[in-house]
Design a protein around this ligand. Structure first.
Ligand code: NAP
Length: 290
């Protein structure tokens, strides 16, 4: 039976590490790190997410600033707010909660965020730096998955790693991080011909799809480490992309949903905000940092 990787406890360790580092940073004369969240509209799930991000930031000694814009806000208003936050020295991290309403072009808005404040790691600048293997902001969810893999003692060097899903937020940076850790990476998506056969080769399998229980035991190699990013809300509550009950009999280690990757995403966002505050305090451009 697989070890169940406890995301809540690893996330608590990360939060503690960040809280100590924030205290030290401020004691050494650094500014209090500040995280700004922007919510356009009133999607109930998004409201809960941003509220929790603010609470998390305050709990580790950071300042949090929240901005609500109405669901019918014009793109111009969102752009104006992002520019103000870019210029605000008390704000070190900016998080535009996605999705945004259809009249707002999410890509264009992300392009406006100062890469040094892009704690979601979504700007082309930070995505490019990840591809270049240079330091920058790594999206919180895949960064959290890497932390969980380390915690589970998964050997990555030379391992067969399979990532299912190729979003900018999760799948693509996840594959880049595994490649940088010397895994042999196969990247699957909705057009992959034989998903079961690809997954069955994986020593490390990461599912970031958004399809409940897509990954069944028959698709998992004995002894694999399985990371389930999926968060699917249905009548039975929150379920992952992996059929946990059957896969846990084959895997060496597996994350549950809830209580696996979700808490790590929140914790790694705090780590990114601290990193952003440090970089801005040092008043260095990303190029100078390397
Ligand atoms: P997304 O942007 O919708 O991307 C989904 C990916 O899955 C796409 O690349 C798509 O392929 C692929 N896909 C869809 N159906 C497939 C199938 N039948 N077989 C193989 N691949 C398939 O989603 P996302 O933002 O990456 O999120 C993925 C899941 O993770 C969602 O459930 C989301 O809620 C969850 N999530 C969780 C956290 C967390 O903190 N735990 C954070 C972010 C996201 P194509 O590219 O070919 O369309």
């Amino acid at each position: 039976m697989a070890e169940v990787i406890d995301g809540n406890s690893v996330a608590a360790e990360v939060r503690e590490r960040v809280a100590v580092a924030v205290r030290d940073f401020v004691a050494e004369g650094g500014p209090q790190p500040g995280l700004a969240t922007v919510l356009v509209g009133d999607d109930p799930a998004s409201k809960i997410y941003v509220r929790r991000k603010g609470e998390d930031a305050r709990a580790v000694g950071m300042a949090s600033f929240h901005h609500d814009l109405p669901a019918d806000a014009e793109q111009r208003e969102v752009a104006e707010l992002l520019r103000e936050l870019n210029a605000d020295d008390a704000v070190h991290g900016i998080l535009l909660q996605l999705p945004v309403p259809p009249q707002v072009d999410a890509d264009a808005m992300i392009d406006l965020i100062d890469p040094l404040k892009d704690v979601d790691g979504l700007t082309a600048h930070n995505a490019g730096r990840l591809m270049h293997g240079r330091s920058g902001m790594v999206p919180a969810t895949p960064a959290g998955c890497m932390e969980l893999l380390r915690h589970a003692g998964a050997e990555l060097r030379g391992a067969e790693a399979v990532v299912v899903g190729r979003s900018l937020l999760v799948g693509k940076p996840m594959a880049a991080l595994l490649l940088a850790a010397d895994a042999t990476v196969t990247h699957c998506h909705s057009r992959t011909r034989d998903l079961a056969a690809e997954c069955a080769r994986a020593d490390v399998l990461v599912a970031a799809v958004g399809r409940p229980h897509l990954i069944t035991a028959a698709m998992v190699k004995d002894g694999a480490t399985v990371i389930d990013v999926g968060m699917n809300r249905g009548d039975d509550g929150l379920t992952g992309d992996v059929d946990f009950d059957s896969v846990r009999h084959k895997a060496r280690a597996i994350t549950p949903v809830p209580g696996g990757v979700g808490p790590m995403t929140r914790a790694m966002l705090l780590e990114n905000t601290l990193k952003a505050a440090r970089a801005q305090a040092a008043a260095m451009t990303p190029t100078q940092r390397d």
